[in-house]
Design a protein around this ligand. Structure first.
Ligand SMILES: Nc1ncnc2c1ncn2[C@@H]1O[C@H](COP(=O)(O)OP(=O)(O)OP(=O)(O)O)[C@@H](O)[C@H]1O
Ligand SMILES: [Mg+2]
Length: 398
């Protein structure tokens, strides 16, 4: 096609009298399978090789011998300054350039990596531009959709982690409600009976009233036992406790907790010695960290400084590991501060207010403690202690 083209009206002139620099470059690019083209002269006359044809789409074959910036007129604003600079003698390399190109299917996003070199004429002046390029559009788009899918998956995962505790709680609550129904109904019956006995002085039988009140008290104790079994439900997991490196547990949980909240950019500082190991039910303690970190991220939304800090150290006295999780949020609202760890305390429109009560149940079932310190408008620190994994724990795990 190059041989058959009439070049006499371009800056290159008739094919037989092409400048040496141009002729050499064209001979070289025609031998290459790498997409390449040469631009020549003030019109930036385009000469390209076969490998460049797919990049032109419907613009081939009419692009051959035409001014480059007319061929790619839809991207002239991006391309002209790049091309002009090379004609001033500068070489240029770009790993990714994003252009909107119309290659016969309307404007579409396209990405390229390329290298531009000035090509000098015999007199030493820059006569042309050699471009070696690679189209990366498919890779960039695939990477982008992979990221979107991954992000969505993490959101779902994180939602699930959030939901799973509701499900566990829901199951626990309905089992409890069912169990509690009996003693509560009995208490109500006994007390109604007592009132009827007391209202009718004629029939009054103190012994009967005393018995009925005794029964009601016994049923109330039974109800208390059932509620206490909530704790047993959690501590049933005792058998699943294993020595776990705290750093790993925390970093895994952070990945889950933070990726679901990508809209809030948070700086994270974790300082946990790699030697620190805790004897815990991994899933439960991850749930605790997840709840606290989620609260922290939520508290920092819209704050100018968003730093989450997690620091841990072995407590010197009691065989526990102390963990402090601090945020730079607005502090705990006084309305919930006093009953922070009680269920259904929430300041959030969609909050259930159960996160922290579950945290406390889990931590205390592990023999640990949880507390919060808050500084209004500065942030909040949650401190928990967890049993350190001593020799015993390690032997068990082995
Ligand atoms: N780091 C924190 N900074 C400020 N306030 C907090 C923080 N952590 C908890 N709170 C307050 O404590 C309340 C209770 O938290 P909790 O996690 O128990 O429930 P929630 O986050 O409201 O709802 P959910 O059950 O969905 O977790 C929150 O609504 C919030 O007002
Ligand atoms: Mg919460």
């Amino acid at each position: 096609m190059i041989a058959g083209h009439d070049w006499s009206r371009t800056a290159l002139g008739a094919r037989a009298r092409w400048p040496v620099g141009a002729a050499t470059m064209v001979a070289m690019i025609l031998e290459s399978r790498q997409p390449m083209f040469l631009l020549w002269g003030p019109e930036r006359t385009l000469v390209y090789n076969d490998a460049y044809v797919p990049l032109l789409g419907a613009k081939h074959p009419s692009a051959l011998g035409r001014p480059f910036l007319e061929v790619w007129e839809e991207a002239v604003d991006s391309l002209k300054p790049l091309v002009d600079r090379v004609f001033e003698g500068h070489s240029n390399y770009m790993d990714h350039i994003h252009l909107m190109l119309d290659r016969g299917e309307g404007l579409r996003e396209a990405h390229f990596s390329f290298s531009h070199s000035p090509v000098r004429d015999t007199d030493g002046r820059v006569g042309g531009l050699l471009c070696v390029c690679t189209e990366t559009t498919a890779g960039v788009l695939a990477e982008r959709s992979r990221r979107v899918v991954e992000e969505r998956m993490r959101e779902i995962q994180s939602e699930l982690a959030h939901m799973s505790r509701f499900t566990a709680l829901g199951e626990m609550a309905s089992a409890l409600a069912h169990e509690l129904n009996q003693p509560l109904a009995a208490i109500s019956n006994y007390l109604t009976g007592c009132r009827e006995l007391l209202e009718d002085p004629g029939e009054r039988d103190d012994a009967l009233v005393r018995d009925a009140i005794g029964e009601a008290a016994a049923q109330a104790l039974r109800a208390g036992e059932i509620i206490r079994s909530l704790r047993a439900f959690v501590s049933r997991a005792e058998a699943r406790r294993q020595p776990v490196p705290l750093e790993t547990l925390v970093s895994e949980t952070l990945a889950l907790a933070l990726l679901g909240s990508s809209h809030v950019e948070v700086r994270v500082n974790v300082r946990i010695g790699s030697e620190l190991r805790v004897l815990v039910d991994r899933i439960q303690i991850q749930q605790v960290v997840l709840n606290i970190v989620r609260n922290a991220v939520e508290a920092m939304q819209g704050r100018p400084v968003r730093t989450l800090e997690i620091v841990a150290s072995a407590s010197p006295h009691d065989g526990m590991v102390d963990v402090a999780i601090s945020d730079t949020g607005g502090g705990i609202h006084p309305a919930v501060a006093a009953k922070l760890f009680q269920p259904f305390q929430t300041t959030k429109p969609n909050g259930m207010g159960v996160g922290l009560s579950i945290c406390r149940t889990i931590v205390e079932a592990h023999g640990g403690r949880i507390a919060a310190e808050t500084r209004a408008d500065e942030g909040t620190t949650f401190r928990l202690s967890l049993p350190a994994a001593g020799e015993e724990g390690e032997r068990d795990a082995a």
